[in-house]
Design a protein around this ligand. Sequence first.
Ligand SMILES: C[S@@+](CC[C@H](N)C(=O)[O-])C[C@H]1O[C@@H](n2cnc3c(N)ncnc32)[C@H](O)[C@@H]1O
Length: 391
Amino acid sequence: MSSRDPSLSLPEPPSELLALSEQLCTRIVKAIEADGFLSFDAYMSMALYEPGLGYYVNGLHKFGASGDFVTAPEQGRLFARSLARQIDELGAELDEDWTLLELGAGSGALARDLLQSLDAAPARYLILEPSAALRAVQQETLSALDEQLQARVEWIATPPEEDFEGVVLANEVLDALPVRAFEIGEQQVLERGVELRQGQLQWTSRPAGPRLVEAVKALQASLSAPLPVGYRSEINLDLAAWLETVTRPLARGLALMIDYGYPRREYYHPDRSEGTLVCHYRHRAHFDPFVWPGLTDLSSFVDFTAVAEAGADAGLDVLGFSSQAGFLLSLGIQDALASARDEREHLALAGEIKRLTLPAEMGEKFKVIALGRGLDLPLRGFSLMDQLARL
Ligand SMILES: C[S@@+](CC[C@H](N)C(=O)[O-])C[C@H]1O[C@@H](n2cnc3c(N)ncnc32)[C@H](O)[C@@H]1O
């Protein structure tokens, strides 16, 4: 049921994994049959989170060399160590029993390395992770910590009810949130979704409903020129509600979100007329979201202007926006080289710094946004480069 363009040179999954993907396809087809059309956000949600079968919940390996992609915390420890410098600076200003809430902790590498790198660890390190399979991976990773640090970690299913002072952290979580897909039609905005044609999952479109039409209208009004007919892209209609929910308990402190994305004008640039969806399978990136659902990571780039607006709507101050390179270099990631014990370690650290900061690697594609509440201090992570004016 999942189609594959033969020109895509992807390694064929083993038959048991293909069977798992087929099972998920069967459920997707049922959802399509309910009204002949499945919104792309509903498809993305099933492909990533359908119980037992979706990409993030099916228990197959995702991260690192043997997975599908490598995130910054999986490159080594320098990303966490740099973040720790920013968080330590802030922790000193907060209640002594401050809390760190990490959203979507993946393999748990960032949690482990942060807890080991912070000068003063938070009283509580909460992990909000919707995937039971990933929670188990995180528990295994964090079992490497000493008991005193392990005791601070708690897994939660929803944001805490009670307020806290502290930090909310999300690395590569925004890109995994389901998005609507749209196209500018001759007469009207079209919603792009999924149908079953000739036994295959395929793109289709229909006139957009009022919520999507309004959102695209508002988007067009904020751009310097209207999007041309035929232009396709994505929009996250639930971003503001999501951001408000995850930052509501933050009485005082900082929300740091790191992800690949652009300010709005660049996101909806006329040249990006096919949108920003990207799929990862075994370290190959491709653009067909219907290839092997459940086995393939699906994501879209982040509109950071929308994140800033959602933050402001949630009563947060937009305190900083920078490329990942600007942020990590401001925090002195390069200082690690001085502590290398030998030539080999020096080379490894230099390689890691390059991967995290070079423009052709993660340095420019990834951005960092800081949203604060009740804070009145300059953030070191934006001292060399603050690009708020680009949003
Ligand atoms: C691309 S992985 C990033 C993992 C990790 N932060 C890292 O940098 O390696 C996306 C993570 O976000 C989680 N996630 C997806 N939707 C989420 C949501 N609505 N709230 C919190 N976490 C979510 C996934 O289960 C997964 O752990």
